[in-house]
Structures are given as structure tokens and as C-alpha cells.
Design a protein around this ligand. Structure first.
Ligand code: FPP
Length: 246
């Protein structure tokens, strides 16, 4: 168990990138313009994390609920993802970034799904930063798919129901091979988790900022990391216990 109180860099940061639509509307531009600007902020955040030595960055790019948005906006986002996969993967690969898409990929067009798979395969040996892009992802979906996998193993006779404990469950949720989320950031002023990572944020520090996602730069991320460094992570212990252990 990690009980350090000293200033430190989070090993794993998860971000709800909210505010693209409002950013564009304030400029009387279509919401899709905000998403395109948001992509620039994604690039900057990846570079920031790589430079600061963060091990994993998980971005909520498209939730299971986002399909309910106007068809035009969903289409624009799909186009943006396709183009991003065309344009960004070479540079990410050159910079040692290992990309993973997490979520139910079966809902995407065969072309988009194939490109996501290809980007994952191509970058799988990279070690500078794990970049996880959550697409058609929902935290409850994630918990349910883990429960289903455990049930299937039990039915096959490979797992006794009594052996299902937290550790077994944790091995089946998304991002199981990565450090737990240390810092959960939401931009755009809302104070919600919105069905992003649920299991994985059990002990994450939560940080909310009014900055709209396209405006997020190194200064905003510096402020989040500074606040994180000030927090005392107790994991259920007392302050005295934490201090004694560190
Ligand atoms: C939330 O803002 C943002 C999204 C649903 C899409 C996020 C997508 C990007 C940042 C584009 C690029 C991403 C990658 C990984 C290439 P919102 O539309 O809900 O904003 P609002 O709350 O102001 O309406």
C-alpha cells in the first residue's frame, strides 16, 4: 500500500475532457470546432505527461452515452477520431507512446475499429507513456464486463465462486495492467464522475477545474499536479499512521 505524503508525480492521471462545446459556442462556432480545438489540447496533455514522467494518461474521448448526441456531432467526432489516428500515431509512436483504446469497440465502423487495433498493435512495445483513450466506454459497462468474464470462467469450471475477491475482479476491469488512477481531473466546471472509471478511481484524488478543455495547457495541469502533491493520501489510515509509514 502506498502511503506517501511527500510531493510526488501521479503515476496515472485520468481526465474527463469537458467543455469543448461551450468553448466553441462562446465563439459562435459549431460544437465540432470545439472538439477539433480539443484535439490540440490532447496533444499538449500527452506531451506534458511524457515530460513530467507520468506513466499512464487515460482520456475520456467518447462515452457510451455520447451516441445520443445530435447525429451531426457524433459523425464529426468519428471523423475526428479517424483523422487523429491517421495524423497522430506516427508522432506518438516516435515519442515512445503506447496507445490503447478502452471500451466496447464493436460499435464503431469496421474502418475505425481496424485503425484502433492497428495503432494498439504498432505501439505495443513502447514504454515512454501509456495513453489510454476511452471510447464507447462507461464505468458501469466496465464493471459488468468484468463480472461477465468472471461468471464465464466459473461456468467453465476454471474459477470457484468463493475465489472471486477484489483482486480477481480487479484483474478483469479495463486498465488492469496499469497502476491505479492517482489523479482524476475533470475540466469544464462540472463536479461529476459521469460514469467514467468507477472501480479504478476508488482511491484517486479528485480535481475539478473551470477551465474548458481546449483552454487546458501546461499551467492548468501544473496547478492540478501541485494540488495533488499537497494532498495526503490516507487509504483509510490515520494521519499519524501515514506519517509514521513515510
Ligand atoms: C466533452 O465536451 C468532450 C467530448 C465528448 C469529446 C472529447 C473529444 C476530444 C477532446 C477530441 C479529440 C480526442 C482524441 C482522443 C483524438 P462537451 O462536448 O461535452 O462540451 P460541453 O460540456 O461544453 O458541451
Amino acid at each position: 500500500m502506498q502511503t506517501d505524503a511527500a510531493p510526488r508525480i501521479p503515476r496515472h492521471i485520468a481526465i474527463v475532457m469537458d467543455g469543448n462545446g461551450r468553448w466553441a459556442e462562446r465563439r459562435r462556432r459549431p460544437r465540432s470546432f470545439g472538439h477539433r480545438e480539443g484535439q490540440k489540447a490532447v496533444r499538449a496533455a500527452v506531451e506534458y505527461c511524457r515530460r513530467r514522467g507520468v506513466e499512464a494518461l487515460t482520456l475520456f474521448a467518447f462515452s457510451s452515452e455520447n451516441w445520443k448526441r445530435p447525429q451531426g456531432e457524433v459523425g464529426a467526432l468519428m471523423q475526428l477520431f479517424l483523422k487523429a489516428l491517421e495524423r497522430e500515431v506516427d508522432e506518438l509512436h516516435a515519442n515512445g507512446v503506447r496507445i490503447a483504446f478502452v471500451g466496447d469497440l464493436s460499435a464503431f465502423s469496421p474502418e475505425l475499429a481496424a485503425r484502433m487495433q492497428a495503432a494498439m498493435r504498432r505501439t505495443q512495445d513502447n514504454g515512454a507513456l501509456r495513453l489510454n483513450v476511452a471510447v464507447n466506454y462507461g464505468g458501469r459497462w466496465d464493471v459488468v464486463q468484468a463480472a461477465r468474464a468472471l461468471a464465464q470462467a466459473a461456468v467453465r469450471g476454471e474459477l470457484a465462486p468463493e475465489a472471486i475477491d477484489e483482486a480477481a475482479f480487479a484483474r478483469h476491469v479495463c486498465l488492469a495492467d496499469q497502476p491505479p488512477v492517482d489523479l482524476f481531473i475533470r475540466t469544464g466546471g462540472e463536479l461529476r464522475i459521469s460514469n467514467f472509471l468507477l472501480w479504478q478511481v476508488a482511491y484517486a484524488e479528485l480535481y475539478f477545474t473551470d477551465a474548458l478543455w481546449p483552454d487546458v495547457d501546461a499551467a492548468v495541469l501544473d496547478a492540478a499536479l501541485a494540488e495533488y502533491a499537497r494532498r495526503e493520501r490516507r487509504y483509510g489510515l490515520t494521519t499519524a499512521q501515514v506519517r509514521a509509514a513515510s
